[in-house]
Design a binder for this molecule. Structure first.
Ligand code: GLC
Length: 791
C-alpha cells in the first residue's frame, strides 16, 4: 500500500488532539415569534421559550435553526407566560415573574436569576460551543457552595460534586462500584443546592451525554450530537425543583397496594411446583408476601409470550390459586425475540415490519438469552401498540405486573448493545440507534404499561424496568440491576435510590440481599431492614448463588426478616398516603434529609440515612458485626420509634442497634399511621392507628389517604382523604379532623389515636369538643394515651 496514494492518506497524519470547542460567538439578530425568542449568533442559533413562570427552555443548534420538538421524556406543553423584554446595548433580558434570563450579547452568554435577583446559573468565559464532529457542550460557572444531586441511577455518594457522569444505558453485570458509570438508566438532569436554595437543569438530549462536575470553578454538560436543549427550573426549594421537573417529565402513577408489599424473586423459580412450595412456605411461616417473580426459566427456550408447559403445566390455574391466597405473579419480558420461523411473535414481527433495522433494510440481530434475536423498534407507535397488545397472553392468565429486563437493550457482544448504526423509524423521523439508544427502555416501558393498562380493564398495572430515560416514572418502577451480596452494595443502594427519587423515579429499590455472590444471614437481615423502607421492596438473587428466601439462614435470621416484612405491612397506610402525595407532587417517599433541611450542611452529603416523608428518619446499620452507629438528627426533637426515648436534634448521636434493630426516629409533634400485620395487601385493613408524638407546643398536619388500592376509581374521586391538624400547648392537644374527600368507604370503621409521651392530665379537644377523660385509656408504663374514634 505504501507505493499507492494510500501513503499520503490524511488519516496517517497525527490527529488534532483536544480540538477546542467553537464558541457560538456574538449575537447578531433577535426575533420574536409568538412566545418563542430566536437569537442568531455568529456560529449558532439559540431559541428561548418560557414553559411556566419558573421554567425556561434554551435550545442551541450550531448548524441550523433549532427544532423545538422535544424528546419522548417531555409531557409538558408551554403555558402562556408574560415576559418582559429589555433590549440594552450590551445585554438583553427576558423576565417572567419568577425568572430572569440575562443575555450578554458579545460574546453570547446566558445567565439566569431568580425573582429576588439571585444568580442561579451563569456563564462567563465559556458558554455554549460545538465541534465539527457535532459534539455540543454548555459550560456553567460553579459556586464554591454548590452541591449536585439527581442524575438518576448513579453509584457513589449522594452529592455528585467532584464526579464526571455519563448517560448511556448499559448492562453492567460486574462490578457496581463507586466508579462504575454508566449504569442502566439515563437521567440527564440534576438539582443544584446552594446556600439553602435549589434550582434544576434538565438537559434533554438523548445521545450519549456527559456531565462534568469535577472541576473547581465550572461544570459542563455535553452530548455526542444533537442540540443543546435544556430547561432551567427556578426552585427555589428542592421540593419545588422536584415539582417543576416532574411537571416536565411526568409523575409516578399511584401504585396498586400490592406493588408496595413484599416481593420475592429468584433467577429462577423454575417450575410451578417450586412456586407453589415457595408460596406455601410463606403462608405456613406467616411471612407476608404479595408477589413472586418468574425469571427467564418460565418460558419455552426464552421465547417471550410463552410458558414452558413441562415446567409450568397449568399457568392459569396456578395464577388463580395464588390469587386466592393474595399472591400475584410477575413474569419477566425481555425485548429480544428469538429467531425462529415457527414462532408466532418472530413471524409477526417480520411480516409486520416491527424489528429494528439498518438503513439498507437488514434486520439487526444480536445474541441474548434465546440466542440469535431480533429487537422491536419501539420508536414506532405501531410497534409499541403491537407489543402492548401481545401482553394479552399474560393478562388472560390473570397477570397484572410485568418485569422488563435487558432493555438497554443488552446484547451479548463487545459494545453490550445494538449497533449504533441501526436506524430507528421513529414514526417518520428516522434516527440512528446512537441517538435513540437511551430511549429504548423508556419506549418499551410505554408500550408495555399502556398495553397492560388497556387489557386490565380498570385495574392498575405494574411494570418494573431496568433501563429508562427521564420520564420513565410515568410507566415503571426501577430496580437497580445486578448488584452483589456485598455490604458495600447495601450502602451504595441508599444514595442511589435517593438520587433516583430526586430524578422523579419515586418507586425504586435494589435487589434486597444482593443479586450476584452468596449473601449471608446477617447481610440479608440488615438489608431487609432497609428494604422495609425503600419504596420498592423485592428480594432477588442470581442462579448459582446461596438461596436467600427469608428462612434460608435459620430461625434467628428468619425471625428478624419476618419482623421487618411485617413492619412494612404495618407501615403501609403511612407509605401509601405518601405515595398518593408523590403521584401529585413528584416529591419522593424516600428522600435525603437535605430536602427537608436544605440549610443544614450536615445533611448535604448524608448518604447512609434517609427520610420517609417529612418526619421519619431511617438510619440503618450497613456494616457487618456492627451494633451501633452515629445518627445525625437535624433541628427539632426526635423520638426513638422502638423505645420512645427523646433526643434533641442538631446533633450527632450514638445509637445501639442489635441485629434485630433498625434505628428509626420520628419527629416530635408529628403523626404517622399504622395498619395491622397481614399476610398480603389483599387482606382488608381492619385496624387503623394514628400515632401522635406529643410535644410541649407546636403544630403539624397529617394527611391519611386510602382507596380501594387496585383500580383507577380514585381518579373519579373514590378515595378518602383525612386531614388531621394538631396543635399542642402543654397538656392540651387540639385536633381538627376533617374528611376532606369521602368518595370511598374504607374497610376500617373506626381508628385509634395513640398519643406518645402523653401526661395523665392530658386534655384532648377534637373539633372543638373536649374528649371525656374516661374515654382516654392512659397507660402509665408507656405514657401512651389511646382513644378510639369513629370514622
Ligand atoms: C439480568 C437481570 C436479572 C435477571 C437475569 C436473568 O441479569 O438484571 O435480574 O435475573 O438477567 O433474567
Amino acid at each position: 500500500m505504501q507505493d499507492t496514494s494510500f501513503a499520503i492518506h490524511p488519516g496517517n497524519k497525527k490527529k488534532l488532539e483536544n480540538t477546542p470547542y467553537h464558541d457560538i460567538g456574538d449575537l447578531k439578530e433577535f426575533a420574536k415569534e409568538h412566545n418563542l425568542y430566536r437569537f442568531t449568533c455568529e456560529q449558532g442559533f439559540v431559541n428561548i421559550l418560557f414553559y411556566r413562570d419558573d421554567i425556561v427552555r434554551i435550545v442551541m443548534n450550531p448548524f441550523h435553526k433549532p427544532t423545538m420538538k422535544s424528546s419522548f421524556a417531555v409531557v409538558a406543553e408551554p403555558e402562556i407566560v408574560k415576559v418582559k423584554i429589555e433590549d440594552k446595548e450590551d445585554s438583553f433580558s427576558l423576565s417572567s415573574s419568577k425568572l430572569q434570563v440575562m443575555i450578554q450579547k458579545s460574546p453570547f452568554r446566558v445567565n439566569f436569576y431568580d425573582q429576588e435577583g439571585r444568580l442561579l446559573v451563569s456563564e462567563s468565559e465559556k458558554g455554549m460551543g460545538f465541534k465539527e464532529s457535532k459534539e455540543v457542550i454548555c459550560f456553567k460557572e460553579m459556586d464554591p457552595e454548590d452541591h449536585f444531586y439527581g442524575f438518576g441511577e448513579k453509584a457513589g455518594f449522594l452529592d455528585k460534586r467532584g464526579e464526571k457522569l455519563t448517560m448511556w444505558n448499559t448492562d453492567v453485570y460486574a462490578p457496581h462500584n463507586q466508579e462504575t458509570d454508566p449504569l442502566y438508566q439515563s437521567h440527564p438532569y440534576f438539582m443544584t443546592l446552594r446556600n439553602g436554595k435549589a434550582h434544576g437543569i434538565f438537559f434533554d438530549n438523548t445521545f450519549k451525554t456527559t456531565f462534568d462536575m469535577k472541576k473547581e470553578k465550572e461544570y459542563s454538560f455535553a452530548a455526542e450530537g444533537g442540540q443543546i436543549d435544556y430547561y432551567v427550573m427556578a426552585g427555589p426549594s428542592p421540593k419545588q425543583v422536584l415539582e417543576q421537573y416532574t411537571w416536565i417529565t411526568g409523575r409516578m402513577p399511584l401504585p396498586a397496594k400490592w406493588v408496595i408489599g413484599y416481593h420475592q424473586s429468584r433467577y429462577s423459580y423454575e417450575s410451578e411446583q417450586e412456586v407453589r412450595e415457595l408460596v406455601n412456605s410463606f403462608i405456613k411461616k406467616e411471612i407476608p408476601l404479595d408477589a413472586v417473580y418468574l425469571d427467564i426459566h418460565y418460558m419455552n427456550e426464552y421465547r417471550v409470550f410463552t410458558f414452558d408447559r413441562d415446567r409450568f403445566p397449568n399457568p392459569e390455574k396456578m395464577m388463580k390459586d395464588l390469587k386466592s391466597v393474595g399472591k400475584r405473579i410477575v413474569p419477566i419480558v425481555d425485548p429480544g425475540v428469538k429467531v425462529d420461523p415457527e414462532y408466532s411473535i418472530y413471524q409477526e414481527g417480520i411480516r409486520q415490519n416491527h424489528f429494528s433495522k439498518y438503513i439498507e433494510g437488514d434486520i439487526f440481530y444480536g445474541n441474548v438469552w434465546p440466542g440469535k434475536s431480533a429487537f422491536p423498534d419501539f420508536t414506532k407507535s405501531e410497534t409499541r401498540k403491537w407489543w402492548g397488545e401481545k401482553h394479552r397472553f399474560y393478562t388472560d392468565l390473570g397477570i397484572e405486573g410485568i418485569w422488563n429486563d435487558m432493555n438497554e437493550p443488552a446484547v451479548f457482544n463487545e459494545t453490550k448493545t445494538m449497533d449504533v448504526n441501526v436506524v430507528h423509524e421513529n414514526d417518520g423521523d428516522p434516527k440512528t440507534h446512537r441517538e435513540m439508544h437511551n430511549l429504548y427502555g423508556l419506549l418499551m416501558g410505554e408500550a408495555t404499561y399502556h398495553g397492560i393498562k388497556n387489557l386490565l380493564h380498570g385495574k392498575r398495572p405494574f411494570l418494573l424496568t431496568r433501563a429508562g430515560y427521564s420520564g420513565v416514572q410515568r410507566y415503571a418502577a426501577v430496580w437497580t440491576g445486578d448488584n452483589r451480596s456485598f455490604w458495600e452494595h447495601l450502602a451504595l443502594s441508599i444514595p442511589m435510590c435517593m438520587n433516583l427519587g430526586l430524578s422523579g423515579v419515586a418507586l425504586s429499590g435494589p435487589d434486597i440481599g444482593g443479586f450476584a455472590h452468596d449473601t449471608t444471614g446477617e447481610l440479608l437481615a440488615r438489608w431487609t431492614q432497609v428494604g422495609a423502607f425503600t419504596p420498592y421492596f423485592r428480594n432477588h438473587s442470581a442462579i448459582g448463588t446461596a438461596r436467600q428466601e427469608p428462612w434460608s439462614f435459620g430461625p434467628e435470621i428468619e425471625k428478624i426478616i419476618k419482623k421487618y416484612i411485617q413492619l412494612r405491612y404495618q407501615w403501609l397506610p403511612h407509605l401509601y398516603s405518601l405515595f398518593a402525595q408523590t403521584s401529585k407532587t413528584g416529591i419522593p417517599v424516600m428522600r435525603p434529609l437535605f430536602i427537608e433541611y436544605p440549610e443544614d450542611r450536615h445533611t448535604f452529603n448524608l448518604s447512609d440515612q434517609f427520610m420517609i416523608g417529612e418526619n421519619v428518619i431511617i438510619a440503618p446499620i450497613i456494616k457487618p458485626d456492627t451494633y451501633h452507629r452515629v445518627v445525625y438528627l437535624p433541628e427539632g426533637t426526635w423520638v426513638d420509634y422502638w423505645t420512645d426515648q427523646i433526643y434533641e436534634g442538631r446533633k450527632h448521636i450514638l445509637v445501639e442497634a442489635n441485629l434485630e434493630t433498625l434505628p428509626i426516629f420520628i419527629k416530635a409533634g408529628t403523626m404517622i399511621s399504622h395498619g395491622s400485620i397481614k399476610q398480603s395487601t389483599s387482606v382488608p385493613e381492619k385496624n387503623m392507628t394514628i400515632h401522635l408524638y406529643q410535644t410541649e407546643s407546636g403544630e403539624s398536619h397529617y394527611t391519611l389517604y386510602d382507596d380501594d388500592g387496585e383500580t383507577f376509581a380514585y381518579e373519579k374521586g373514590e378515595y378518602l382523604e383525612k386531614q388531621i391538624r394538631y396543635q399542642a400547648n402543654g397538656n392540651v392537644i387540639k385536633l381538627t379532623i376533617e374528611n376532606s374527600v369521602t368518595g370511598y368507604q374504607p374497610t376500617w370503621k373506626h381508628w385509634t389515636l395513640k398519643v406518645h409521651h402523653a401526661t395523665p392530665d392530658l386534655k384532648l379537644i377534637i373539633n372543638g369538643k373536649e374528649v371525656d377523660a374516661k374515654d382516654i385509656n392512659f397507660n402509665t408504663e408507656s405514657n401512651i394515651a389511646s382513644i378510639t374514634i369513629n370514622l
